[in-house]
Design a protein around this ligand. Structure first.
Ligand SMILES: [Zn+2]
Length: 265
């Protein structure tokens, strides 16, 4: 078995251990103000390292993420492609994950973990208070503006002006690969989106491609984040086999983790 190939990090990012306690490589933004990372399908470059994000490993993954980030608790959601934002004010993990697609916390050394395999994960932070949020936005969640709701909820919870918030967009399916039916474009238009800005039609007879990342960037700007407060891994999960991709692998696919930890670094 050959060693796993980690793709070159995009500009402004690097692969590094999430923390010193566990060998767990994550794609990390150099500028983002709190501890965070995006995992791929393996933990490390070692050929015999167990994979990450596969079905049946999710609870074990959360334990691993918690040890790696040295946090009190790793909070997750039962993600349902909606726009509900949960706000956590205690470190204690509930017996069952709350239902929603965005999670805000200001409890220091508490992590938010979002799972996705093509859907757009967005991590947010207020550098001054250390409050953070994670959001999960496939096309349905993007349509109902879950990322905009997450940014507004984080501003409300932390007391930060939105212009102070920072965001980083994780590995997700990109416009190159996200072909959709015309009914999806119509569904965005029905919700008042300026969909012509992010629906691309590469050939006269071709089906539209959606740029979900751009759609979510527009939501972050609408919530008041500055353009230079938004970073993007630029990774397409379907193009890059290091990451799990629903479109490439189909049902039973694993999940990539996006993790962010509250508390200033
Ligand atoms: Zn692609």
């Amino acid at each position: 078995m050959t060693p796993f190939h980690f793709p070159d990090p995009p500009h402004g990012f690097r692969w590094q251990p999430l923390g010193p306690a566990e060998p767990l490589e994550a794609l990390v933004s150099i500028r983002f103000p709190t501890l965070h990372g995006f995992t791929c399908r393996v933990r490390t470059r070692q050929a015999d390292a167990p994979s990450l994000g596969v079905r049946d490993s999710l609870d074990a993954d959360l334990d691993l993420l918690g040890r790696a980030a040295e946090v009190q608790a790793v909070h997750t959601l039962r993600q349902v492609h909606g726009n509900d934002v949960q706000v956590l004010r205690t470190a204690a993990r509930p017996d069952t994950p709350p239902v929603g697609d965005a999670l805000v916390t200001s409890v220091p050394r508490t992590a938010v973990a979002i799972k996705a395999a093509d859907c757009v994960p967005v991590l947010l932070a207020d550098p001054a208070s250390g409050a953070v949020a994670g959001a999960h936005a496939g096309w349905r969640g993007t349509r109902v503006r879950v990322v905009e709701a997450a940014a507004r909820a984080l501003a409300a919870e932390s007391g930060a002006p939105p212009s102070r918030l920072r965001a980083v967009i994780g590995p997700a399916i990109r416009a190159c690969c996200f072909e959709v039916g015309p009914e999806v474009v119509s569904a965005f238009r029905e919700k008042g989106h300026d969909v012509d800005r992010f629906a691309l039609r590469p050939r006269a007879a071709g089906r539209p491609h959606l740029d979900l990342v751009l759609a979510n960037r527009l939501q972050l700007l609408a919530a008041g984040l500055p353009e230079d407060g938004i970073e993007d891994t630029t990774v397409c999960t379907r193009c890059q086999p290091a990451f799990h991709s629903y479109r490439r692998e189909g049902p039973g696919v694993g999940r990539n983790w996006s993790v962010v930890v509250a508390g200033r670094q």
